[in-house]
Design a protein around this ligand. Structure first.
Ligand code: NAD
Ligand code: TYD
Length: 339
């Protein structure tokens, strides 16, 4: 079994590669990644020399490079994690989101058709459903919830999802889609809420909370997401969408306070900054379908997962210190320069 994993030098893709190599001895994992600001080859250091792993630097929008790799590897499956993934960056510069997230997806699926790939899996997001009101805790996203996006990022992911379903219906491409809630865990890029707050708290820098911090996200430990994708690509029904989430809703401000407690830092570091434009209020997944059909349930409780994650950032300072000193520094100054 050969699986091409696109975006495997990023947060979830790298965790997926580690998970699959551990769970499926005998599988060959081929990572295709452009190494944008969010991709980091050092993340894959521990697997780079293995016979059952190959890394190829390429852009999923580069049809020639993609086809060359498919011709060489003749993959059985493709799991697409490659994406521009940060909402705030999509507000600043939507164009690259449309290119990578929509056009890149179509290039990959064209190659899948040409080379008769048995399964194309699209890693999507709960953000395609838009948001839920804060005062309706009874409402959850199901697979039937209409797509209703708020940001250029989520719109590009929704566009890709529609294209994936269209390739299934029109060309009979065997596809599946997973729509997961917010992940956290090792190798999470420090522009996102949890790793950013850990890095800043460790440096005793201000902790920038957008608005009042009352927005709610449904947090899932990254390994639980990887296990869900593993189940879907092997046992999921072709043409189906599966929501993935752990019923673990927290306000942003709660998350930041938990991190302060874990790192023994004062909550006085918290600074309320200008709210994100179009800021989604609440995400909350109903994971009943994946539980019923594939027996998936999250295994890591948030209290344990956040401790493991904080420990990881303490033990791996070199990994994120190098990142926050590069191009990311300019982004940070632009976003948060005033505080
Ligand atoms: P990430 O930003 O950490 O990693 C993205 C990776 O894709 C990077 O390695 C980057 O170099 C690569 N990449 C970007 N553009 C590329 C291109 N044109 N060609 C090849 N490689 C390219 O993202 P992540 O958080 O790991 O998210 C992975 C996927 O999961 C995304 O599709 C995202 O929409 C989805 N998702 C993320 C979350 C979350 O909480 N992080 C939740 C649900 C779904
Ligand atoms: P983020 O990690 O960017 O994920 P997403 O927007 O895809 O859910 O943000 C999670 C939440 O944290 C979101 O409501 C925005 C908020 N947030 C802050 O309050 N401050 C920050 O510095 C960042 C990056 C996010």
């Amino acid at each position: 079994m050969t699986i091409i994993v696109t975006g495997g030098a990023g947060f979830i893709g790298s965790n997926f590669i580690f998970y699959m190599l551990k769970e499926h001895p005998g599988y060959r994992l081929v990572c295709l990644d452009k190494l944008t600001y969010a991709g980091n080859l050092s993340t894959l250091e521990s697997v780079l020399g293995r016979d059952d792993f190959r890394f190829v630097r390429a852009d999923i929008c580069d049809r020639e490079a993609v086809e060359r790799l498919f011709a060489e590897e003749k993959p059985d499956m493709v799991v697409n994690f490659a994406a521009e993934s940060h909402v705030d960056r999509s507000i600043e510069n939507p164009g690259i989101f449309l290119e990578t997230n929509i056009l890149g997806t179509s290039v990959l699926m064209d190659a899948c058709r040409k080379y008769g790939v048995q399964r194309y899996h699209q890693v999507s997001t709960d953000e395609v459903y838009g948001d839920l009101p804060l005062d309706r805790p009874d409402l959850f996203f199901t697979e039937e919830t209409p797509l209703h996006t708020s940001s250029p990022y989520s719109s590009s992911k929704a566009g890709a999802d529609l294209l994936v379903l269209a390739y299934c219906r029109t060309y009979g491409l065997p596809v599946t889609i997973s729509r997961c809630s917010n992940n956290y865990g090792p190798y999470h890029f420090p522009e996102k809420l949890i790793p950013l707050m850990i890095a800043n708290a460790l440096a005793n820098k201000p902790l920038p909370v957008y608005g009042e911090g009352l927005n709610v996200r449904d947090w899932l430990y990254v390994e639980d997401h990887c296990r869900a994708i593993d189940l879907i690509i092997h046992k999921g029904r072709v043409g189906e969408v599966y929501n993935v989430g752990g019923h673990n809703e927290k306000q942003n401000i709660e998350i930041v306070k938990i991190i302060c407690r874990e790192l023994d830092r004062s909550e006085e570091l918290i600074v309320h900054v200008e709210d994100r434009k179009g800021h989604d209020r609440r995400y909350a997944i109903d994971p009943a379908k994946i539980h019923r059909e594939l027996g998936w349930l999250p295994e890591t409780k948030f209290e344990d997962g956040i401790k493991k994650t904080v420990r990881w950032y303490l033990d791996n300072q070199k990994w994120w210190q190098e990142i926050i000193s590069g191009e990311y520094q300019q982004y940070y100054e632009k976003m948060y320069g005033g505080i």
